[in-house]
Unconditional design. Structure first.
Length: 205
């Protein structure tokens, strides 16, 4: 399937969420108490791909371009770093970690991101070209907790994508992990992604 089909679906999700998230972003970047830089997932810690190995990019400042706009907007103004992962096929993933420094503010950011994941999927239904379905995969007992979500999108031109997303927190640091490929909920490696999420939160410090 041409890559522009996936780009179209992600663009629709991005446009759907651009208006959300400003309330939590009043603090300028760097205003929070400095904490040790969190560690990131390695390629081998992503859900195994049946026919292609994962490769990991460098840890980079900011948020990845692949992140839907509704989530990227919610992270504006924070000290964020990210790593992008790819396979040789159309499967990709990103991890974003945000050092907030204050436990209460980090908890508020994690709560907001969890709400944004669902509302972003629901708002994408406003686009007549896109249908979206959301599923919650529950919480994980790691550090201050993590939640796992699934979003399936179907475009009018035939493209189908499945995304797994999670938000976890360790003290004043929040991490967001997203995995995606062509397919539907039957193609989602939920058990393996939960293990990846647990590892991501455990590695923060």
């Amino acid at each position: 399937m041409p890559k522009h089909t996936r780009a179209g679906v992600l663009a629709a999700l991005a446009v759907a969420g651009l208006a959300a998230g400003a309330a939590l972003n009043a603090a300028p970047a760097g205003a929070a108490t400095k904490a040790p830089a969190p560690k990131f997932l390695s390629a081998s810690e992503l859900p195994p791909h049946p026919s292609s190995a994962w490769t990991a990019g460098k840890v980079t400042d900011g948020v990845p371009e692949e992140l839907p706009g509704c989530l990227a907007e919610a992270l504006l103004g924070y000290d964020s770093r990210h790593r992008t992962f790819r396979t040789e096929l159309e499967t990709g993933a990103e991890q974003v970690s945000v050092v907030v420094g204050d436990n209460a503010k980090a908890k508020a950011l994690a709560t907001h991101l969890n709400k944004q994941i669902r509302s972003c999927a629901l708002r994408s239904d406003a686009d007549p070209e896109i249908e979206a379905e959301y599923r919650s995969y529950g919480s994980l007992p790691v550090e201050e907790g993590a939640r796992v979500h699934g979003v399936h999108t179907r475009a009018s031109w035939g493209a189908m994508d499945i995304h797994l997303l999670s938000v976890g927190r360790d003290g004043g640091t929040v991490t967001l992990v997203r995995w995606g490929q062509m397919g539907d909920f039957t193609d989602a490696p939920v058990k393996a992604f939960k293990k990846t999420t647990t590892t991501a939160v455990d590695k923060l410090y």
